[in-house]
Ligand binder design. Structure first.
Ligand code: MG
Length: 159
């Protein structure tokens, strides 16, 4: 069996007055991610995990932030494109596991909506998509509420 594992990591700074979008879900908060796209740090980490599994580079290579067409783009569209690329290489996504690190707000109430939103974009059952949230106990940039980080792991199986 040909299986591939990939990991992804992303960070965005937080700033007052911006919309916070995580896993395609608008999360009510006073701060949002500073970014060329919609700043969906979790989707960016997931994209990099998928690309990494097949050694296809990273999200910055596929969707350069110097390109005006990606300005403010809904990151679900980027993920959709990455998923199509994975499929064109003959691989299916077995599962995705992602951890978002931010001090506030509590993400628990949004986790299931995030999983179902991603399920629709990726085309696999929500039971194969894990989204977890953690604070960093007030330590580091996440703990100081200066930024958000996300880690993602995925497993791909050749069809
Ligand atoms: Mg990013």
């Amino acid at each position: 069996m040909d299986i591939r594992v990939g990991c992804g990591y992303d960070v965005h700074a937080l700033a007052e007055g911006l919309q916070l979008v995580l896993c395609g879900v608008n999360v009510p908060h006073t701060k949002g991610c500073v970014a060329h796209s919609d700043g969906d740090v979790a989707i960016h980490a997931i994209c990099d995990a998928l690309l990494g599994a097949l050694a296809l580079g990273d999200i910055g290579k596929l969707f350069p932030d110097s390109d005006a067409k990606y300005k403010g783009i809904d990151s679900r569209l980027l993920l959709k494109e990455v998923v199509e690329l994975i499929a064109s290489e003959g691989y299916a996504i077995s599962n995705i596991d992602c951890t978002i690190a931010m001090q506030r707000p509590k993400l628990r109430p949004y986790i299931d909506t995030m999983r179902h939103t991603l399920s629709e974009v990726v085309g696999i059952d929500a039971s194969r998509i894990s989204i977890k949230a953690t604070t960093t106990e007030h330590l580091g940039f996440e703990g100081r509420e200066e930024g958000v980080s996300a880690n993602a792991v995925t497993l791909l199986i050749k069809g």
